[in-house]
Design a protein around this ligand. Structure first.
Ligand code: 6R9
Length: 571
């Protein structure tokens, strides 16, 4: 799918010359930005908060928080003190120690961030959970990691199966009128009077920081372990990719239950000492635009699903707000459709920059940078310090324009350290020195990478390989289509045929004529072999909580197969 390239943006970017940096950069250079390069004392929460609180940024706003009921701000000094208090509550009432697993299971609120940072200051490993998880999802994760503590709210407490988790010693409840009994501890009863001083637990750079559970297509979710060393990548990518500068007001829309919400919702901005906006509650177009206007957000990091929903909400709505503060917009989680980039140019007068990475990679790997031409539909080029390639199943590099396994040469600082309790699974990610992502992609002659789908999702129809993303992107260009999910359906003649599940925009009626019109639209705009032979209209597509279309679920439904783990499925 050829779309015209968008030229590099002129200006003063942190990454000024991609080629030059790519040729000469060494990760070692980053370490001197941290106080541990001088003191030898390592803790990522110290670097993110205390270092600034103890220095010139003491009174700078670290956090703006808003939801339907709250509107607050905290300086770095306040963040230091409040996270120390949270740490002291955990230390005194749960005996949380270095290396212990503590889960946070609550909606976004300032307290959630105090607790995450506080637990990290004690050297504990934090496992963030989506608030929408049901009991079995909570149980699987706590059981697998033998969590000692969970911090939750009164509302979510019924979904914590306390009696079925022998390793779980304490349940800290954040809320009003909490009754302390058994393992239950009332957070606020101790928080107010807790000391704001704390002896930070210094760790080794290979000690655990975060434990993010992710679901694969089969089996139970797996615990991806990240260590303090990852801060090197968090820092450097926040600088280059998010292009964060001293005066920026940054908003990452992701929940900490998703890796984007920890790495780029906590560490990226705060390691650089940048003001961070956090918004609680559900997605709402008005509220989101209002947030940008209210705080004068300059750098905005969101996901294709959110941009598509904003697009559906219409261009008139955008005009009601003053969004002129926006300088840099980014996207992650799914391929960014060229149509969405075109829309962004139209309504924000800004390019949206796609970034590619995974829970397992712990930080950005392949991205679009302000200093680089963008080819809409491409996820960009590897960040300096990272080698990416397309390899076959034996680890051989493939030439340009051949579809294969997207792989990364081992050794970037934020690479996962382990899969919890599952060394075989960890080993299975690697072929020799290559980390194999499970994504299928190709690289063009100029080194841009193009995502095609998860390896399991690529469709083989009449001998042609078709990536579902390309078809979906064409489908959403059709005026009636809000979202689309495309799968290969087994067919005795063609191997597979392309089937599209389509959610219509409001105002459009499902009909056979419309199906035919959409089919012809893809045929003319993309290729005859890529046009879906079957189209099924649906209200909504099955998506993960981070907004990914779950094609394996569509496929399982279509073929009456087991759907696998569904704990990350949206309501
Ligand atoms: C950060 C995150 C990882 C998977 C990844 C890929 C998909 C993420 C993408 C993208 C195309 C992008 N993905 N970013 N696909 N273009 N820019 O999303 O982590 O939730 O673990 O998902 O998401 O398939 O392998 P995670």
């Amino acid at each position: 799918m050829k779309v015209e390239a968008l030229p590099a943006i002129k200006g003063n970017h942190n990454l000024a010359n991609y080629e030059e940096a790519y040729a000469s950069f060494d990760w070692k250079e980053v370490e001197e930005n941290f106080s541990w390069s001088k003191t030898g004392k390592i803790n990522a929460a110290y670097e993110a908060i205390d270092r600034h609180a103890d220095g010139a940024k003491k009174n700078k706003v670290a956090l703006y928080y808003r939801d339907a009921n709250r509107d607050e701000k905290y300086t770095f000094e306040e963040m230091k003190e409040l996270s120390n208090k949270a740490a002291n509550v955990l230390k005194q009432h749960t005996d949380l120690q270095k290396g212990d697993r503590v889960f946070v299971f609550m909606p976004r609120s300032p307290e959630l961030y105090f607790v995450i940072l506080g637990a990290i200051k004690l050297g504990a490993i934090v496992g963030p959970l989506f608030e929408a998880f049901m009991e079995s999802a909570v149980k699987d994760r706590l059981e697998d990691s033998e969590a000692k503590v969970i911090v939750t709210t009164k509302e979510l407490l019924p979904r914590v199966p306390i009696d079925e988790l022998p390793a779980l010693k304490h349940v800290v409840v954040v809320g009003e009128d909490v009754k302390e009994e058994g393992k239950i501890i009332d957070f606020f009863a101790h928080f107010e009077n807790a000391s704001k001083d704390l002896e930070i637990e210094w760790v080794d750079r290979r000690d655990g920081l975060l434990l993010h559970y992710t679901s694969g297509s089969t089996g139970k979710p797996k615990g991806v372990l990240h260590v303090h060393n990852a801060m090197i990548q968090h820092y450097q990518t926040a600088k280059w990719v998010l292009d964060l500068k001293e005066e920026d007001i940054y908003w990452c829309t992701a929940d900490p239950g998703w890796v984007t919400g920890t790495v780029y919702g906590i560490f990226g901005p705060w390691l650089l000492g940048v003001t961070n906006v956090i918004v609680g509650g559900r997605f709402s177009p008005d509220y989101w635009y209002e947030t940008i206007e209210k705080y004068g957000v300059t750098v905005w990091y969101s996901a294709p699903t959110a941009f598509r929903m904003l697009m559906s909400a219409g261009d008139e709505l955008v005009k009601k707000y003053n969004l002129s503060s926006l300088r840099h917009i980014l996207s992650v989680g799914e391929p960014l459709n060229p149509e969405v980039i075109r829309w962004g140019m139209k309504v924000f007068n800004k390019r949206i920059h796609d970034t590619w990475w995974m829970t397992e990679t712990g930080g950005h790997l392949i991205c679009n940078y302000p200093c680089m031409d963008i080819r809409p539909g491409s996820m960009g080029k590897p960040i300096p310090g990272v080698k990416a390639a397309i390899i076959d199943d034996h680890g051989n590099e493939l030439p340009p324009n051949r579809m294969g396994n997207l792989a990364i040469k081992k050794g970037w600082p934020s690479m996962m350290q382990a899969i919890w309790n599952n060394p075989e699974k960890y080993e299975s990610y690697f072929i020799g020195d290559w980390y194999v992502s499970g994504d299928s992609a190709y690289m063009d002659e100029d080194g841009y990478f193009w995502f095609q789908g998860r390896v399991d999702d690529v469709i083989m129809t009449s001998g042609e390989r078709v990536g579902p993303f390309e078809v979906e992107s064409k489908l959403v260009e059709h005026p009636a289509v809000a979202e689309a999910g495309v799968i290969g359906k087994p067919d005795p003649v063609r191997g597979e045929i392309i089937k599209a599940f389509v959610a219509l925009r409001s105002g459009y009626e499902a009909s056979e004529d419309l199906k035919e019109d959409i089919r012809q639209f893809v045929k003319k705009g993309l290729a005859a072999h890529a046009a879906p032979r079957e189209i099924e209209f649906c209200e909504k597509l099955p998506k993960t909580r981070s907004g990914k279309i779950m094609r394996r679920v569509l496929k399982a439904w279509e073929l009456n197969l087991p759907t696998g783990d569904l704990s990350t499925l949206e309501d």
